[in-house]
Design a protein around this ligand. Structure first.
Ligand SMILES: Nc1ncnc2c1ncn2[C@@H]1O[C@H](COP(=O)(O)OP(=O)(O)O)[C@@H](O)[C@H]1O
Ligand SMILES: [Mg+2]
Ligand SMILES: [Zn+2]
Length: 506
């Protein structure tokens, strides 16, 4: 007897349909699985065999051939346990197979027949909805992430036996209902906690409004980390399509298992400086998204930038420019979205105290120069806003009143983004930081007064063409916050202020 069961795999964050064919025929009793990598085949075969026996079914003492197609696609092992088990049970007439081909089956089975969650269920549910399949059957652990997809019924079960019962009469079973993202972790980090620091707060607001990358430079204890962690509190909400895209990345990374469904808050990731290149940009033999993709539509915070390995930081250059990362492996090339706002912090010099009010810097000018030479270059060139954070004076620290709260700032950010969105109606970009040269020509024309100001700055600071483009983008965001249709000299002047690295005093 031959049976066919639908399953799936992911390439990048796209779900791909996989057909699982099972043939049970005479001959020597053995199980052959084709279309999977060797190690995964071996493990899957053993798990499925034990699960079938321990669920009270008979494991056919015949030759079993399992074929996973398309053959040339790299496939992850455990996902196919459930469809392989069902295929064997259907081909040996131990489960009802009338409705078998209406559903997509995903899941790992344990030796006792219970089902275990797998990674990538959300993109596969999206694919099943697109293909118009009757439904998706997944382990209970994965049910919430799949249920957020519209136009497809999702069923979650704990055991192989429950799936067999379901196949008897699927219409008796209610589909899962999406519980739309209540289980979000509330952060409670608010700008109201921050005293003083007006330039840094202003820079955070501009970064949020235009999606600009931001660097804080200051001595230890000045409040750089505290400020950076409050960026998410002023970012606009995620739209549904954005939330779905972010959630698919988390699903593929296996981070949605047993949790909420949709991720509805902008991600904030702060990898440790010991993070490897793979952890940061993604990779592995079956490529998984890294921190830059887990920050998609949100914030990637690199605290103490100088502590990161330079070779690791180099990996960020291309994604920062393109908004996605491409990972090449022997048999396949995948790409993951990676459009994030980068926020980084660093000390002003090796000892940390250059320009500080508290302590004297003990570095030589040459040491400071080398420090910045090591840091700067292509990565820092992609950071639009570079801001010095000074230590608060004791009297500022003691003052009782704090700054504006995040809610108020966020309102202004949302209004500014709305203005930008109207401008980009016909473009695939969503914020000022993403503007290309032709957008700059179109949206950032300079009048004579502005031109004069910029000319002076270019001459004085020796700005590169790229730096000039960055200034225009930031000025455009400042103008949006100001509800000004045109760029004014004071918008440009403020934007030039944020080129700290072009004005290095040493
Ligand atoms: N502007 C500020 N308002 C209130 N507290 C502050 C401020 N700056 C620093 N602090 C306090 O000092 C601590 C250290 O700041 P932190 O952000 O870790 O400094 P840095 O990252 O620059 O070394 C903070 O956790 C906070 O308690
Ligand atoms: Mg810090
Ligand atoms: Zn120093």
């Amino acid at each position: 007897m031959l049976s066919r069961v639908w399953s799936g795999t992911v390439v990048g964050i796209e779900g791909i349909l996989v057909g699982v064919e099972v043939d049970v025929a005479g001959g020597l009793p053995k199980t052959i699985i084709v279309g999977l990598p060797d190690a995964a085949v071996q493990e899957s075969r053993e798990r499925v065999k034990a699960a079938i026996k321990n669920s009270g079914f008979a494991f056919p003492v015949r030759q079993i051939t399992v074929n996973l197609s398309p053959a040339d696609l790299r496939k992850e092992g455990p996902i196919f346990d459930l469809p392989i088990a069902l295929g064997i049970l259907a081909a040996s007439e131990q489960v009802e197979s009338t409705h078998l081909s209406d559903y997509l089956f995903l899941g790992e089975v344990s030796l006792d027949g219970s089902l275990r969650g797998v990674a990538g269920v959300l993109p596969m549910a999206v694919m099943a909805a697109k293909l118009g399949l009757g439904g998706v059957v997944v382990p209970k652990e994965n049910v919430q992430e799949a249920a957020v997809v519209e136009n497809v019924r999702v069923y979650g079960f704990n055991h192989l036996l429950e799936v067999a019962q379901f196949l008897q009469n699927p219409s008796q079973f209610p589909a899962a209902i999406a519980n739309r993202g209540e289980e979000e972790i509330e952060t409670h980090l608010d700008l109201a906690d921050v005293k003083g620091q007006y330039p840094a707060r202003r820079a955070l607001e501009i970064a949020a409004a235009g999606g600009h990358n931001l660097l804080f430079v200051g001595p230890p204890g000045a409040g750089k980390t505290m400020l950076a962690r409050r960026l998410p509190s002023i970012l606009p909400p995620l739209s549904f399509p954005e939330a779905l895209e972010v959630s698919q990345i988390y699903s593929v990374a296996g981070l949605l298992k047993g949790k909420r469904g949709l991720i509805t808050k902008r991600p904030f990731r702060s990898p440790h400086h010991s993070a490897s290149g793979v952890a940061l940009v993604g990779g592995g033999s079956l490529p998984k998204p890294g921190e830059i993709s887990l920050s998609h539509h949100g914030v990637l915070f690199l605290d103490e930038l100088t502590e990161f390995k330079r070779s690791v930081l180099e990996f960020l250059r291309q994604p920062l420019e393109d908004g996605f990362v491409t990972i090449s492996r022997q048999r396949q090339t995948v790409s993951f979205p990676a459009r994030f706002t980068l926020i980084a912090s660093t000390n002003p010099c090796p000892c940390g105290y250059y320009g500080d009010s508290l302590k004297e810097c003990t570095c030589s000018p040459r040491q400071r120069q080398q420090y910045w030479a090591k840091l700067s270059g292509p990565l820092l060139d992609r950071i639009d806003l570079q801001v010095v954070v000074r230590r608060l004076k004791p009297e500022e620290m003691l003052q009782l009143h704090t700054g504006e709260n995040s809610h108020l700032v966020r309102e202004r950010v949302i209004a500014a983004r709305e203005r930008a969105k109207i401008r980009f109606q016909d473009d695939p970009i969503s914020c000022n930081a993403q503007m290309q040269s032709h957008h700059l020509r179109q949206f950032c024309p300079l009048d004579d007064q502005c031109r004069k100001l910029v000319d002076g700055a270019i001459r004085q600071l020796g700005l590169s063409a790229r730096a000039f483009d960055r200034i225009l983008k930031v000025a455009r965001t400042i103008a949006d916050l100001d509800a000004s249709p045109s760029l004014q000299p004071h918008h440009l002047a403020e934007a030039i202020q944020y080129r700290f690295l072009d004005r290095l005093p040493y």
